[in-house]
Write a protein of this length. Structure first.
Length: 132
């Protein structure tokens, strides 16, 4: 029983993180959010939705540290910078969208993939010149 409770808590926490990421995405578009809060919210949401991690998941233990530490810390920071009324409004919108089904934005996804590819090429060229 104790292990099942722990698994249920972990699942609930994962759902909360996912919901908060979507709230940050919606808050990014809100006019009452300051530019710096929008920047942090966008970076956190982009990193969380990105298929590419700072530390690849195939690296044992370390691969999941960014998902377990960086993303929740980013969410916490961004939520502290956004007015509570805006967060509540975005949570309600997120719930409505969740009930309808998730929207797909292929242009934004392609843009993030291109940014990661360009970043990888840039870092690769730096490493190539350094180790040449």
């Amino acid at each position: 029983m104790g292990q099942e409770k722990m698994i249920d808590r972990v699942k609930a926490k994962a759902r909360e993180i996912k919901r908060n990421i979507f709230v940050l995405y919606l808050a990014y578009k809100h006019p009452r959010v300051s530019w710096y809060a929008k920047l942090i919210a966008l970076c956190v949401a982009a990193y969380a939705f990105s298929p590419i991690d700072l530390i690849p998941d195939f690296i044992p233990i370390l691969g999941y540290l960014d998902d377990l530490i960086i993303v929740p810390l980013g969410i916490t920071l961004a939520l502290k910078l956004i007015p509570q009324e805006v967060i509540q409004d975005c949570r309600e919108k997120a719930e409505e969208i969740r009930k309808k089904g998730k929207p797909k934005n292929w242009v934004t996804g392609a843009l993030f993939i291109m940014i990661w590819i360009l970043l990888a090429i840039w870092i690769g060229s730096i490493c190539y010149r350094f180790f040449k």
